[in-house]
Design a binder for this molecule. Structure first.
Ligand code: ATP
Ligand code: MG
Length: 154
């Protein structure tokens, strides 16, 4: 159903900030005119919690996590960017497989299921997940959804 994506993202930012490490800052920013989108908000919320939890878990105690939403007439784009440990190039092709964990996770706990679920949920919403990552520099996840334009008469 239809909801205000900015209000939605601000609430998630607040919830996730309380789970972040001591000096980590989650910064939210929206660009674009429209705030209303039609998507399954519980599936979307689950995806964002997974991605922001990963950003928190796989980056340092005083790092910055950028959370951005952007609306255009026909797309909603969501970006989650961290300055964390990054994902080794040779592991990137396996990232969405169930139970897969990259080789640089050391003793950071996890089951390797979060991203597999994210890709399934995003696919259910007709969206696409992409990422870019560099070891010791950070990771950026981008999700793009087609959204119904909000023009009068539509
Ligand atoms: P969980 O099932 O609890 O989420 P997990 O975090 O290990 O466990 P995924 O979220 O599926 O599993 O992520 C899979 C792997 O991808 C992680 O184990 C980690 O190696 C890598 N990864 C995911 N997000 C990041 C990130 N933001 N920075 C660095 N590595 C990441
Ligand atoms: Mg995870």
């Amino acid at each position: 159903s239809e909801f205000d994506v900015v209000k939605f993202a601000e609430d998630i930012t607040e919830d996730m900030q309380s789970l972040a490490k001591k000096e980590q800052q989650i910064v939210f920013r929206h660009t674009g005119q429209g705030h209303l989108v039609t998507l399954n908000s519980s599936l979307l919320k689950n995806c964002l919690i997974n991605l922001i939890s990963n950003a928190i878990k796989y980056s340092g105690p005083d790092s910055l996590i950028e959370f951005r939403t952007k609306t255009t007439g026909s797309y909603l784009t969501i970006i989650i960017k961290d300055n964390g440990i990054g994902i080794p190039k040779e592991d990137q092709q396996h990232l969405f497989e169930a139970f897969f964990r990259a080789h640089n996770t050391g003793n950071i706990p996890g089951t390797g299921l979060g991203l597999n679920i994210v890709t399934r949920y995003v696919a259910l919403m007709n969206g696409k997940v992409r990422f870019k990552s560099q070891v010791n520099e950070g990771t950026t996840f981008t999700i793009t959804f087609p959204i119904r334009p909000n023009f009068p008469g539509n």
